[in-house]
Design a protein around this ligand. Structure first.
Ligand SMILES: [Ca+2]
Ligand SMILES: [Ca+2]
Ligand SMILES: [Ca+2]
Ligand SMILES: [Zn+2]
Length: 497
């Protein structure tokens, strides 16, 4: 909402830069002097009309009154008031401050980009504080434009939000100029162009209070400053903390909490990691358009930024005005280090903050340790044999069994079973237990396989069975057992003889 036509006595607006780096507002000056209303009530005649109901339920006169009240809430020596008058166009320098729609500025063109203008007059009597007194302000809204009244992001150029333009023009009437045209990059409703900013920003308030004093002591949030960051305690591995950023501001030297977003109303938390891992943090549940960033460091002007985010859903992914504008970050943490989290508001917005923090510890790696060794066993041929090992470790270990030096296919569990042990299975068994932390091999467990018990001897010696058509290979196991029985019988016969 540019005020391209700076009428007569407001022609000389100079850049203003006083005091600390946080000041960015611009004050209208004339002949080098501040121009402002004398202490008291400033009354405007409201000639906007009350008949049309706007999107937010107001009409133009009541929407303008709300705009006046947003300034009244923050300044002391002057208050703005309205008296509703007949709808119509006001008169230039007629001694009455008037607010109205008109297709031109007392006959002069609005120009292409101007949606409203504030035309002001002053007296030449220099006041005790060195300022000129403002005597009259007319605020003229371009009736060639399409107007409505609503909160939030601007809907379109063809549906201008009357309220934010009224707040802006009242700022001119109070004596504020455009900070962005004075070389500042601060977020402010006093910037020269209509934007998504729909309410006073901290910089606007600072400027108005410079001129008219504060409506009261501003109570900043307890965690407004980096040095006052509130400690977060995790329950388990998560925490949800709440706070208010109302009346928060930005410290000198404070970084931006999202790329290219200056913010302006930050509050701080801190958390000390007692283990390494990663943090995921969101502002879901907050009631305004947040910015969120994490840092390490010991002073606000020397911080190292770890992560920063404006919107969970970027405009490129969802251009709709209702996309979520809370923020989400994640970053790695090291045990023993203190981390700082700043929640700020886009363009200095503020409100109720909810900060949700989730900690994911890095898994601890413990190399495997065998707590119970496999045991040697002596069995009879044909028995079922199970070797077992018990091992601890993280991550959960894997197993590989060996007979001698040969790894056993399928021997990959904590126990290994031989269904029917035979002499050929005899030997030394070991198991190697492995995880990402290392591996350990068990003691050897020896398997001894004895021959199966012989059947009771019979009175008639039984000749050893032949291979019986089984070919010329080694005797079958049954045949081997029979041979053993036969030789035992012969020994017995020798003893008798
Ligand atoms: Ca007038
Ligand atoms: Ca702050
Ligand atoms: Ca955001
Ligand atoms: Zn302007």
């Amino acid at each position: 909402m540019s005020n391209k036509l700076r009428l007569a006595l407001l022609a000389a607006a100079a850049a203003f830069a006083a005091g600390g780096a946080a000041l960015a507002y611009d004050i209208i000056r004339d002949n080098g002097r501040i121009v402002k209303w004398p202490a008291g009530t400033v009354t405007y005649q409201l000639k906007l009309g009350s008949t049309r109901t706007l999107q937010d339920g107001t009409n133009f006169n009541s929407s303008f009154t709300a705009a006046m009240n947003s300034w009244n809430a923050v300044i002391a020596r002057v208050q703005l008031a309205g008296t509703v008058a007949a709808e119509g166009v006001g008169g230039r320098n007629n001694g009455i401050s008037e607010v109205f729609f008109a297709p031109n500025i007392y006959g002069e063109s609005f120009g292409e980009s101007t949606v409203a203008i504030t035309s002001s007059f002053r007296s030449g009597e220099v006041q005790a504080d060195g300022s000129y007194p403002r005597t009259q302000s007319d605020i003229i809204f371009n009736s060639n434009r399409s107007w409505d009244s609503y909160r939030g992001p601007r809907l379109s150029q063809s549906s201008l939000d009357f309220r934010r333009v009224a707040i802006h023009e009242l700022g001119h009437s109070l004596g504020l100029d455009h900070p962005d045209e004075a070389g500042q990059s601060v977020s402010a409703i006093m910037n020269s162009r209509v934007s998504d900013v729909d309410a006073l920003r901290p910089d606007d308030i600072d400027g108005a209070q410079f001129l008219y004093g504060s409506a009261g002591t501003i109570v900043r949030p307890p965690n407004n400053d980096f040095a006052g960051a509130t400690a977060i305690t995790l329950l388990g591995n998560a925490a949800t903390v709440t706070g208010s950023s109302v009346n928060a501001n930005k410290e000198a030297g404070e970084p931006n909490h999202a790329p290219s977003e200056p913010g302006g109303a930050s509050i701080w938390w801190r958390w000390t990691a007692n283990a390494s891992g990663s943090i995921s943090a969101t502002t879901a549940g907050s009631n305004f358009d947040t910015l969120l960033a994490s840092y390490t460091g010991s002073s606000v002007s020397t911080l190292t930024q770890l992560a920063a985010n404006d919107d969970v859903v970027a405009p490129a992914d969802d251009p709709s005005p209702t996309r979520p504008r809370t923020s989400r970050i994640s970053f790695n943490v090291t045990s023993g280090t203190t981390y700082y989290l700043a929640v700020d508001g886009w363009e200095g917005e503020w409100g109720s903050v909810q900060l949700n923090v989730t900690f994911s510890p890095t898994p601890v790696v413990v190399a495997p340790v065998i707590t119970a060794q496999p045991q040697s066993q002596t069995v009879t041929a044909g028995s079922t044999v199970t070797f077992s090992v018990t091992a601890a470790g993280s991550p959960t270990p894997t197993y590989q069994w060996f007979r001698g030096t040969t790894s056993i296919t399928n021997g990959t569990a904590a126990s290994y079973t031989i269904i029917s042990a035979q002499a050929a299975d005899a030997g030394d068994y070991t198991v190697r237990v492995t995880n990402s932390g290392g591996s350990v091999t068990s003691d050897a467990a020896t398997l001894t396989v004895n021959a199966a018990p012989t059947p009771p001897p019979t009175p008639t010696p039984t000749p050893a069975p032949s291979g019986g058509g089984g070919g010329g290979g080694a005797p079958s196991l049954w045949a081997l057992a029979a041979l053993v029985a036969a030789s035992a019988l012969r020994a017995w016969q020798r003893q008798r003889g």
